[in-house]
Ligand binder design. Structure first.
Ligand code: PEP
Ligand code: MN
Length: 339
C-alpha cells in the first residue's frame, strides 16, 4: 500500500505513520517528494484493510494499493527515475547518459590498464571487466578472480573510473564489494534468489542483467528481491533474450526501454555487446538505445579482440569505440541528454 501524506504534513505526523506501519508488521519506505512525501508499506498484501485504517491518521491524505507485485520497484510508488549514485561524478538515472566500457574479462595488468586508459580517453564513465566469469563451459576461462579485482582497483586508481564487475555467488559478495563500485548480476544468475538477497544486504549499487528467458515482470521481481533487503541502488540492464533468431547471439529487446520506463522508476542500461554478439552491430544499437531513452550503456571494448579470452567477436577495438562515442553525442543531444 502507498500512504500519501498531505502537502506540507508535519514531520511528527510522518513519524507517527512510520511507527504505526512498523507496529502492523510492515516495512515502511519513505519517498520524499517536492510537495509531499509518500510512504510505501511493504509486506503481506492480505493486511490491506488494516493499512487502510491509516487514512484516519493526522497528516495522511489517502492510502492506495500498489497494484503490481513488485512494490518498491514500481512506478506507482515513484514517478521520476531513481538516481543511482556511483561516485561524485557518476550518477545513473540523471540527465547524463552513463557509458560503462571495457573488456569482457580482466586478462592481465597490461590489458586492463590499456583498456581503462583508452575508454576513458573516449569519454566512458565507468570501467567494466569480469574477474569471476560465469562460463557456459567448465573448460572455458573462469576469470582471474581476486587477482582480477586487484587489477580493476589499480585501473581505477590510475584513471579515476569507477568499476563494475560481476559477482557469481553469495559467498563472494563481500569480497567483490570490497573492490567494486557496482556489483553486476549476470543474466545466468538473474533469478539466483540467494545471491539477489545477499547483494540486497550490501551497500553497493547493483547492475542487474535480465535473464535470457525472463519476462519483464520476472525481471522486476528480481529487482524487488534486492530492494526488499534494503538496497535501493538497482540499475536494470537489458542484454538480449533468447528467440528463434540465430543471426545474432541474442535478440536485443529495445522495446524493454519504454516498457520498463512505464513500469518502474529504476534506471535502464542497455548491453548491445551481449545483445547482438557481433561488434558490427554494437554502434547502431547504442544509438538506438539512447534515442529510445536508455539511461546508460555497457559496451565490451578490448585492445586486441582477436586474442580475447572471452567475447572477442562482440568487442569493439578502442578506435571503433571512440568513433561510436563521438557519434553517440549527437543522439544524446537529440534525446535531451548529455554524454
Ligand atoms: C558479461 O557481462 O560479460 C556477461 C557474462 O554478461 P551476461 O550475464 O549478460 O551474459
Ligand atoms: Mn562478455
Amino acid at each position: 500500500m502507498i500512504v500519501v501524506m498531505k502537502a506540507g504534513a508535519a514531520k511528527k505526523d510522518r513519524d507517527e505513520v512510520l511507527k504505526r506501519i512498523k507496529e502492523l508488521g510492515y516495512k515502511p519506505h519513505v519517498i520524499h517528494g517536492a510537495i509531499r512525501d509518500v510512504i510505501g508499506a511493504i509486506g503481506d498484501e492480505r493486511g490491506k484493510l488494516v493499512l487502510q485504517s491509516l487514512e484516519s491518521m493526522h497528516g495522511v491524505e489517502s492510502v492506495v494499493p500498489i497494484l503490481q507485485p513488485y512494490k518498491l520497484a514500481s512506478s506507482e510508488i515513484q514517478k521520476e527515475t531513481s538516481q543511482v549514485k556511483i561516485s561524485d561524478q557518476v550518477v545513473v538515472g540523471g540527465p547524463q547518459v552513463i557509458v560503462m566500457a571495457g573488456p569482457c574479462s580482466v586478462e592481465s595488468e597490461e590489458q586492463i590498464l590499456e583498456s581503462a586508459r583508452q575508454v576513458k580517453a573516449s569519454g566512458a564513465h565507468v570501467l567494466r571487466g569480469g574477474a569471476f566469469k560465469p562460463r557456459t563451459s567448465p573448460y572455458s576461462f573462469q576469470g582471474l578472480e581476486e587477482e582480477g579485482l586487484k587489477l580493476l582497483a589499480k585501473a581505477r586508481t590510475e584513471t579515476g573510473l569507477p568499476v563494475v564487475t560481476e559477482v557469481i555467488n553469495p559467498e563472494t559478495v563481500e569480497l567483490v564489494a570490497s573492490y567494486a563500485d557496482i556489483l553486476q548480476i549476470g543474466a545466468r544468475n538473474a533469478q539466483n534468489f540467494a545471491l539477489l538477497k545477499k547483494v540486497g544486504q550490501c551497500g553497493r549499487p547493483v547492475l542487474l542483467k535480465r535473464g535470457m528467458a525472463m519476462t519483464i515482470q520476472e525481471f522486476l521481481m528480481s529487482a524487488e528481491y534486492i530492494m526488499s533487503e534494503g538496497n535501493h541502488g538497482v540499475i536494470l540492464c537489458e542484454r538480449g533474450i533468447r528467440t528463434f533468431e540465430t543471426a545474432t547471439r541474442n535478440t536485443l529487446d529495445l522495446s524493454a526501454i519504454p516498457v520498463l520506463k512505464s513500469k518502474t522508476h529504476l534506471p535502464v542500461v542497455i548491453d548491445p555487446s551481449h545483445g547482438t554478439g557481433n561488434y558490427h552491430y554494437v554502434a547502431p544499437m547504442c544509438y538506438a538505445a539512447v534515442a529510445a531513452g536508455a539511461d546508460g550503456l555497457i559496451v565490451e571494448v578490448h585492445p586486441d579482440p582477436e586474442h580475447a579470452t572471452s567475447d572477442g567477436a562482440q568487442s569493439l577495438k578502442p578506435k571503433k569505440f571512440d568513433a561510436m562515442m563521438a557519434k553517440l553525442r549527437l543522439f544524446a543531444e537529440a534525446a535531451d541528454r548529455t554524454l
